[in-house]
Design a protein around this ligand. Sequence first.
Ligand SMILES: NC(=O)c1ccc[n+]([C@@H]2O[C@H](COP(=O)([O-])OP(=O)(O)OC[C@H]3O[C@@H](n4cnc5c(N)ncnc54)[C@H](OP(=O)(O)O)[C@@H]3O)[C@@H](O)[C@H]2O)c1
Length: 334
Amino acid sequence: MKTIRASIIGFGAVGQGVAEVLLQKDEYLKNIGLDIKVVAIADSKGAAIDPDGVDLSKVLSKKRANGKDKGTVGSEKYTGLEIITTIDHELVIETTPTDIDTGGVGLANMRAAFEHGRDVVTSNKGPLALKYRELAGIASENGSNFKFEATVGGAMPIINLIREVLAGNDIISIEGILNGTCNYILTRMMEEQASYEQMLAESQELGIAETDPAYDVEGIDAACKLVILANSIFGMDATYKDIDVTGITKITPESLMLAQNDGYVVKLIGEVRKDLIRVGPRLVPVGHPLAVGGTLNVASIQTDLAGTVTITGKGAGSIETASAIISDVIAIYR
Ligand SMILES: NC(=O)c1ccc[n+]([C@@H]2O[C@H](COP(=O)([O-])OP(=O)(O)OC[C@H]3O[C@@H](n4cnc5c(N)ncnc54)[C@H](OP(=O)(O)O)[C@@H]3O)[C@@H](O)[C@H]2O)c1
């Protein structure tokens, strides 16, 4: 049995999902020879630390005791960065908020983790959308593993699918829907012949869109994910600022109806190929593999040997995103 000491830095929807999945899959993990022992958890207010393994059920209850975002994981006055730099462990699970302007605390956390020879598994897009090459470089210099399946498409396996399952193929292009909020709004506008504003309000009520939806509806989130694919799959050195991006805010129900009359739906499509990265609304034929509805994500990968491979799945959600994180953890240590 291999014991892996881990920290979880950021204990919101995704961090808690990881803790739940570790509890749920404990026996499975042990059966494949892995004992993942979480020795520290941090949120923005404090930390829980135990070198023998934090009691995940207790920390989850404590965090959730006072309602969403009110509780804290523990009373230790350690920041995530202090945990990474001072507590002995092998793996940092980095799930702090995405900051696409500066990389935020996630960037400092990842740099520090690699400088201390730790592996990083993350769902945090910001640092990768800004500094992928630098981070991959420090990881490699320090012999650390760096895995980030959860940053693109949540539970939809795309990076590991391409790198491992499709190994040997040249990747010609990837195109798809990488933002579930935009897909939901466009799908509902079409179904209800309703305005963008009405369906944005509906998606906010349902908790699908954020109170400040700009990051999603202006296409920036999809652009960040494309940049991660461009850099990690196509070897580019792009940042999201290099991308030609158009969001969905100007789309009218009338234009959707015209498209529908001709047998098309309108989707916010991200596309990356050698020398081209762009995000914008596109006409997709009804029945085409990319024409998925609701909050689903989808990606078509065009390859030289396997032809086109299309995958679809849930792009967000606590447990769904934790699925991608756990699979990265298993891939490193099994
Ligand atoms: N939710 C999804 O479905 C999803 C899917 C794919 C990727 N992601 C990405 O995954 C990351 C986490 O998402 P989420 O939905 O879990 O976000 P979230 O619910 O907002 O949780 C963020 C967590 O980070 C903590 N945090 C903030 N600043 C911190 C700091 N300086 N040090 C330590 N912890 C800090 C917060 O603390 P408090 O609890 O004290 O506020 C909170 O626990 C984000 O980068 C997001 O873009 C999310």
